[in-house]
Ligand binder design. Structure first.
Ligand code: 9PG
Length: 532
């Protein structure tokens, strides 16, 4: 049914099966809906599917080429739409007009997608009929209305303060060890962190969540050491994936998600291997997940960073045929319940299915010790890879989620060694963390000068008054910060023959494989940083 409607004063031609006005605004119902405003938009908002997927404002009508490498699509964006001809938005899209006003269309259920073409914003549910919110006003107003409607449908976080987190990843990468971390713990004495979180690298394999030889005291022993140091023990796991080398995969290959041809579904590449996705709609998998979370709790961890959760929402044939994001949400419900009252930070996760179930949510890709790699952004056209600029761009586009969840823009840096960021770039990351309300670092205290240590303490303790001045400008107490000059995408893909080849040449075989598989050079970065 097509209707001409007034949405907060804007005359819009809308199609849906059903319309009704509520306190929240105009609610549309239907599998397919559309909004056609009277004027063309100048910019459109695209919202990436999971934490790491690109989220930003684009000039209306511009297209985005598919990112490279394709084998990372399942790991970085919604693979079902990776080669969609128009910029694709998961759940929520918005249009900005020349006078600065914004028209938003946002799904209130899961498995929903949005695109904009020919002056019309279209939304569709992959299956079934769901609800949508249409709102018109200032950008802040319409996103606040959407957030409040989502809170009513999916829920929001518990009323606990956001923890201040020390996380091992951005200094040790895949090789943390009990002895070095023990020294770091001592160094952190007197610095106001709440959580000391061990990241990737403690486990035997992705899928085999038992401590490896670098943690001889066991994860329970190390949790006791963290607690004795005065911090809440935190642990990283990627419970919904496994690599083929793991015992889990070898012993339970039938637990993994298949496609219609009966082939295993790829969850991307990482750790030098292909990654596969568990099918948590199988009762045995759900039981295994619950037992795993209970084990983590029994070891003494009260903070869990659960990562690579997108795997639960990939397209595939599930045991009980329920839609993909609904099945992810059911898995998250089990994870949440089995973690009891532990703090849950989700990462690499489709956004809407987590709402009401997690306390904290990673809202952008990883930061890195560099600002941007021109190979990745200009040639691979990949904005989900680690890098401070990518992290800032997408996280800024997701700050509207603040009323629903602790928004984690990833760690900040105070160190000046093992880092190529300028003082200004470090400052942008720090300001964003304060605005987002979630603070963490991986800096080792022994890497910090006395001034840097002092700046870290001040950052952790500061509670400045934050005011949003416009889309990219904020005021922190009396100081203004403007992110606008730092977030534009390169206008189009720069593809010089030989550029990728030159980049890859001169590296060892294993580095070459990793570079090609990942589209970025994490391997050499890790080796450089962990050199003592
Ligand atoms: C541990 C890390 C850290 C980090 C997480 C996640 O290939 N990729 O695009 C890719 C993106 C992110 C990523 C790894 C690979 O990092 O965000 O904080 O926990 O896992 O492995």
């Amino acid at each position: 049914m097509a209707l001409s409607l007034l949405i907060h004063g804007l005359q819009v031609t809308a199609t849906a099966e059903h319309f009704h006005n509520t306190d929240e605004g105009l609610i549309l119902r239907g599998q397919y809906v559309s909004l056609e405003p009277p004027l063309p938009a100048i910019r459109q908002y695209i919202h990436g599917w999971q934490s790491w997927s690109l989220t930003t404002w684009l000039n209306a009508g511009r297209t985005l080429p598919p990112s490279f490498p394709y084998r990372l699509h399942p790991l970085q964006l919604d693979p079902a739409y990776a080669r969609h001809p128009l910029p694709h938005s998961a759940w929520v899209g918005a249009l900005e007009f020349a006078d600065g006003t914004v028209l938003l269309l946002g799904a209130l259920g899961l498995e929903a997608h949005i695109e904009y073409s020919g002056g019309t914003m279209r939304g569709w549910y992959e299956s079934g009929h769901g609800e949508w919110l249409a709102a018109y006003g200032t950008e802040s107003q319409v996103f606040a209305t959407y957030a409040s409607a989502l809170a009513g449908r999916l829920g929001k976080r518990r009323e606990v303060p956001a923890p201040r987190v020390w996380c091992s990843w951005y200094s040790y990468f895949g090789h943390p060890d009990e002895t070095s971390l023990g020294l770091d713990l001592e160094g952190l004495g007197g610095i106001p962190f709440d959580v000391f979180q061990v990241d990737d690298g403690w486990q035997q394999d992705i899928g085999d969540w038992e401590p490896n030889a670098r943690f001889p005291a066991g994860m329970d022993g190390f949790a006791r050491q963290i607690r004795a140091g005065g911090f809440i023990p935190g642990l990283w796991l990627a419970p919904l994936i496994a690599v083929p080398s793991s015992r889990l995969f070898k012993e339970h290959t039938d637990w993994f998600l298949h496609d219609e041809q009966g082939e295993l579904v790829s969850a991307g590449h990482n750790w030098g291997e292909r990654v596969y996705a568990l099918d948590p709609t199988q009762p045995a998998v759900l039981e295994w997940l619950a037992a795993l979370m209970q084990r983590v709790r029994s070891w003494g961890y009260d903070y869990a960073k659960l990562d690579f959760l997108y795997a639960g929402g990939l397209p595939g044939v599930r045991h009980n045929n329920i839609p993909r994001e609904t099945s992810l949400r059911l898995a998250l419900q089990t994870l949440r319940e089995s973690l009891g009252n532990a703090y849950l930070l989700t990462c690499g996760v489709p956004i809407l299915p987590t709402l009401g179930l997690c306390d904290g949510l990673r809202i952008g890709p990883d930061v890195a010790s560099h600002w941007v790699s021109s190979l990745e952004s200009e040639t691979l056209y990949n904005f989900a890879t680690p890098g401070a600029q990518n992290a800032i761009r997408t996280s800024l586009g997701r700050l509207w989620l603040r009323p629903l969840v602790h928004t984690d823009p990833d760690v900040v840096f105070f160190r000046s060694i093992h880092l190529s960021l300028t003082a200004e770039q470090k400052g942008l990351l720090q300001d964003l963390a304060v605005i987002a309300g979630f603070r963490g670092t991986s800096d080792l205290v022994r890497w910090l000068t006395p001034d840097e240590r002092e700046a870290l303490c001040q950052f952790l303790g500061a509670e400045p008054r934050v005011r949003r001045l416009d889309r990219y400008r904020y005021q922190l107490n009396q100081r203004e910060v403007d992110f606008a000059p730092h977030i534009d995408l390169p206008p189009q893909r720069v593809f010089e023959a030989g550029r990728v080849k030159r980049f890859v040449q001169g590296r060892s075989n294993s580095e070459r494989v990793l570079t090609l598989a990942h589209g970025y050079d994490r391997f050499s970065e890790r080796r450089r940083l962990t050199k003592k």
